[in-house]
Unconditional design. Structure first.
Length: 579
């Protein structure tokens, strides 16, 4: 937001007596109906996005340059979810002391994402526990390895398999061994989660909390290293399930609404089944990752002419689907790729669509395998700083919200065609008739425009709008739409919201102005505001978050307001005259 004062105008301080900041969004948090993530209308929500996880706790978001320009870049391309990683070494660097500055930095990033219309999955991240074991995540005071040899030092992911100290430290964490202050390690972790969740629970567009990245079994890891996963009574069914339930209970003490996500043990990512039990929470989600051992960071790349990786990656989806059927929990692919090979990214995003699962790519930046969407977040996400090839794979048409139960969707990159089919009965049982289905149609792929053909539904959006909206026809049990390239006047563009400004008299000869916006394809980022006294412009705001002003009456004034969306598109002016 910029504020411009004009030398011939009346003094702004005398003109403006009060300004109103936007209230927090009142929309209910996302929920779920079985495997589907759902919104307050009961529609199935499909999210596509990216991980934002710095290299360590020493690199908080502000230090590495993450902020408003990144949020607006993602929103403009229809990427509508971010997994935001915090490291516990930054949350509680010393026993009993929380680092509020570190947490504040993530709060600021989440607010920028929310302003751009992006959901945030708050993640407590770790890989190989901490720096002592060539990993990251926890402070050294929480690493209890009983003096086991911290050798060999094989890096990531090698230490998981060969380092006795690392595995003993995991054993002690899962058993809630005492830290240096005598309190249990998990007890500390619970307190940390309660503290962080209390900072985010009232924020808009919080998807939920991902409680622990890629749990590793510790010493018994080899018993889980097979397609069937851990044995009955093993790590998944005992220590990991107990841990999830305990952390969920702690979180529910401070946040009773948002989704809570748990992860299977790390070996699930490469095809092992999970024995994780039902966490017992009505708003639980299963956050899983999908990697191929032959194409994973830190491991040798193996030629794959028989496409065995694709088979293994589909197995991960099959295992996740089976787990969701047993538990009734929502599904979210929260990590994949971490490699610069565009064919792998394309294959897994296609598989995620084929399996009708929301996904979060690794990574916006900081990919160990070269799979960065943005090369340097300290610079604007534009030009050579953006991996254009990766962007064109990740940005794709997708059903942002479905007023029914999806039966399938697919994007053909070569033909640039998208198809969606769905039942008009929503997963919760309600009839989706009269409720809008929304499909994001990216200008990146349809700059010249597109043609859409609906079946069992009526298209209600403007021609060329980047959010295609349709309503099922009365009595239709199924509906669908097909999108293909076609020249349309004006091409494909995101329609901005329309502002409305209202005024009313207040005491003391004052006039109160309030404005709001409705509609629009993308989130409202702010408002342009102009106040004129006669021919002179007394005040000008650009993309301001303010939603109101109080003016002193007297001379005639004209106020104009227009909405600005996250991509910078501006709607029509709305005006009010003050006498």
């Amino acid at each position: 937001m910029s504020l411009t004062k004009h030398p011939r105008a009346v003094i702004v301080a005398a003109l403006i007596l009060a300004a109103t900041a936007p209230a927090a969004a009142a929309a209910r948090p996302l929920s779920h109906a079985g495997r589907w993530i759902t919104d307050a209308q009961g529609r199935v929500v499909v999210l596509n996005g990216a991980n934002m996880v710095p290299g360590s706790h020493l690199d908080p978001p502000g230090e590495v340059g993450l902020g408003e320009d990144d949020a607006r870049f993602l929103a403009a391309h229809g990427l509508d979810v971010v997994r935001m990683g915090l490291f516990y070494a930054g949350v509680e660097p010393e026993p009993g002391r929380f680092d509020e500055r570190y947490i504040d930095d993530h709060v600021r990033l989440q607010r920028a994402l929310a302003r751009a219309g992006i959901q945030t999955l708050v993640d407590f991240h770790q890989d190989m526990l901490g720096a002592r074991y060539q990993g990251r995540g926890f402070p050294d005071w929480m690493l209890v390895d009983d003096g086991r040899p911290n050798q060999p030092q094989a890096g990531f992911p090698g230490n998981y398999f060969v380092n006795p100290a690392l595995n003993r430290a995991y054993d002690n964490f899962w058993s809630d061994a005492p830290a240096a202050d005598g309190a249990g390690l998990i007890a500390h972790f619970e307190r940390g989660w309660r503290h962080v969740a209390a900072r985010f629970r009232d924020a808009p567009r919080i998807l939920g909390y991902d409680i622990f990245n890629e749990p590793w079994p510790g010493t018994p890891w080899a018993t889980c290293a097979n397609p069937f996963g851990c044995p009955p009574g093993g790590f998944d069914q005992t220590a990991l399930t107990a841990f999830t339930r305990r952390v969920f209970d702690a979180l529910r003490e401070v946040d009773t609404e948002h989704l809570l996500f748990y992860e299977p043990n790390l070996q699930f990512d490469v095809g092992a089944a999970t024995g994780h039990g039902d966490p017992g929470d009505a708003a639980a989600g299963f956050s899983f990752h999908d990697y191929c051992l032959g194409a994973a960071p830190g491991l040798p790349t193996i030629p794959d002419p028989a496409e065995l990786c694709r088979t293994g990656e589909q197995l991960v989806f099959d295992n996740a689907e089976g787990h969701a059927r047993r538990t009734g929990d929502a599904l979210l692919l929260s990590e994949f790729s971490d490699i610069g090979d565009p064919a792998i990214v394309a294959r897994i995003t296609d598989l995620a669509d084929a399996n009708m699962v929301s996904w979060i790519h690794w990574a916006y930046f900081g990919s160990g395998g070269g799979g960065n969407l943005v090369k340097d977040p300290r610079s604007p996400p534009a030009g050579d700083n953006v991996n254009e090839m990766l962007l064109r794979i990740l940005v794709r048409p997708h059903p942002r919200a479905v007023a029914g139960t999806p039966e399938g969707w697919r994007y053909d990159r070569d033909a640039r065609t998208f198809t969606l089919g769905y039942s008009t009965r929503m997963p919760g049982g309600a009839d989706g008739a009269g409720v809008e289905t929304e499909v994001f149609v990216p200008p990146l792929h349809y700059a010249e425009g597109y043609a859409a053909e609906a079946d069992g539904a009526r298209i209600v959006s403007e021609p060329g709008a980047c959010v295609l909206r349709l309503r099922a026809a009365p009595g239709a049990e199924r509906a669908g739409v097909r999108v293909r390239p076609a020249a349309v006047a004006g091409g494909t563009r995101c329609v901005p919201a329309r502002a409305t400004v209202r005024s009313r008299r207040a005491r003391g000869g004052r006039v109160r102005l309030r404005w709001s916006a409705r509609g629009g394809d993308l989130a409202v980022w702010g408002f342009d505001v102009e106040v004129r006294r006669g021919r002179r412009r007394a005040m000008s705001l650009r993309a301001s978050e303010r939603t109101g002003l109080t003016l002193r009456a007297g001379r005639r004034a004209r106020v104009r307001v227009r909405a600005v969306d996250a991509a910078g598109n501006r709607g029509p002016w709305s005006a009010a005259t003050i006498r």
